[in-house]
Design a protein around this ligand. Structure first.
Ligand code: URA
Length: 434
């Protein structure tokens, strides 16, 4: 078998066999197939797409490219959660402690930023000293002791996805249904949880801009999860404007902490309660959605979710004092308002553009090797549907470089529309696929 023939076959729109997909995944994981050939195949898949059989074969090959975790040493039904990626998507930071505080063991594998979207691991590194480089023993031990652990993708877990994820990030090959489904589900299957709750985003900040495509992605991932014997649920949620207000690593950590203190933005709290209830139902901790929501709200009201976050940060080497004093998180030197050019209602915020503004400020990667600046980003003062007066701040910009700040401000203003009439707000939750 030759990689050249596989690339050409896909480029010409033909279906790859299971053997060809395994040849590529194994060879690429071992470093025998170079990045340039893998990039060419990703681009061919992007344009020619994959069948369900090809997507399943790619998922299983990537899941088996390393170890499959055995979590049987963790008591209870282990529930994992994963988002298809969005702007301001700090959900895991607030949701996992909420769910863990309700008694669901959370054993989660997370990723870094991808394209215009942020990643949980980058955000968590805002806590000085925090690491996701845990051994399997530490990972299992932490879940048993405190109910929550998050690890990064090690060389042993779905290493094929780790390499392909970084490659797709810089070759404009992220937003393809089969590549997203296989990337997410290979990690989730390798990470060994019993139940998986997927947050599938749709709108201008999502990889799937169109709701129909998001539904197709959700159905594909649920099909793969169920056929692998895992209880799998997908929630389709809105990403047509940034989630909550904060976009940028440390800024999002602060917003997640504020949410656990009971001061979260309405859309973000709604998403956490919806995903959290699905996790409690899947884990057998609640029988109805109402009781699950009550338990989660109680975890916020009593402070137990905030305490859980502090325990989790501490257990993974981080300075948990920042949980109680967010002034200790990384801070940008320049914090300046972006004034509204006119008065009216905010009628649109092109969401991926806001993600790109954060990237331009240094909050994301331009190349695989880029170092990111955890302190930069934007905090929206107005969301879609809000009234704004001319000159009032639309957002606060957090930057370390005045040149980059000016560019990001210009791009942000181009992404916002203000109109004389109040726009319709789209609901946060579009559908739940059991
Ligand atoms: N999240 C992932 O883990 N992989 C993708 O391809 C997209 C979002």
């Amino acid at each position: 078998m030759r990689m050249y023939d596989i690339i050409m076959k896909k480029r010409n729109g033909r279906e790859l066999s299971k053997e060809e997909i395994h040849f590529f995944v194994d060879g690429y994981t071992r470093g025998e197939i170079p990045d340039y050939q893998a990039s060419a195949l990703m681009m061919a898949i992007y344009f020619q797409k994959m069948s369900q059989q090809e997507t399943s074969a790619l998922t299983m090959a990537m899941a088996r490219s390393g170890d499959i975790l055995d979590l049987s040493a963790i008591r209870g039904i282990k529930v994992d959660k994963h988002s298809t990626g969005g702007v301001g998507d700090k959900t895991s930071l607030a949701l996992t402690p909420m769910v863990a505080a309700c008694g669901i063991p959370v054993a989660k594998m997370s990723g870094r930023g991808l394209g215009h979207t942020g990643g949980t691991i980058d955000k968590l590194e805002s806590f000085p000293g925090f690491t996701t480089a845990l051994t399997t023993e530490q990972f299992i031990d932490n879940v048993n002791k405190i109910g929550i652990a998050i690890m990064g993708q090690t060389a042993d877990l779905a290493p094929a996805d780790k390499k392909l994820y970084a490659l797709r990030d810089v070759t404009a090959t992220v937003d393809n249904l089969s590549l997203i489904a296989s990337s997410i589900m290979s990690k989730k299957l390798a990470a060994g949880a019993d139940a998986i709750v997927l947050d599938v985003k749709t709108g201008s900040g999502a990889f799937m801009k169109d709701e129909k495509d998001a539904r197709a992605l959700a159905e594909e991932m649920v099909r793969i999860g169920k056929s692998a014997g895992r209880k799998t649920i997908a929630v389709i949620s809105d990403m047509d404007q940034p989630l909550g207000c904060a976009v940028g690593n440390a800024l999002e950590v602060k917003e997640a902490i504020d949410t656990l203190k009971g001061h979260g933005p309405e859309d973000f709290v709604e998403l956490c309660l919806t995903l959290g209830s699905q996790m409690l139902l899947a884990g057998g901790r609640a029988q109805t959605e109402e009781s699950a929501r009550r338990m989660l709200q109680e975890a916020i009201d009593t402070g137990s979710a905030l305490k859980k976050l502090a325990e989790f940060v501490e257990a993974q080497g981080g300075d948990s004092r920042a949980v109680y004093d967010t002034g200790l998180l990384p801070k940008a030197r320049l914090v300046q308002p972006i004034p509204a050019p006119a008065g009216g209602y905010v009628s649109r915020i092109v969401c991926d553009e806001v993600g790109i503004c954060s990237l331009m400020l240094g909050g994301g990667r331009e190349t695989k090797e880029s170092e990111i600046d955890l302190s930069v980003g934007l905090v929206l003062c107005k969301k879609v549907g809000d009234r704004v007066e001319a000159g009032e701040p639309l957002a606060m910009l957090h930057a370390n470089d005045p040149g980059k700040a000016a560019q990001a401000e210009e791009r942000f203003l181009a992404a916002c529309s203000i109109s004389g009439t109040m726009p319709n707000k789209s609901p946060m939750i579009k559908a739940i696929l059991p």
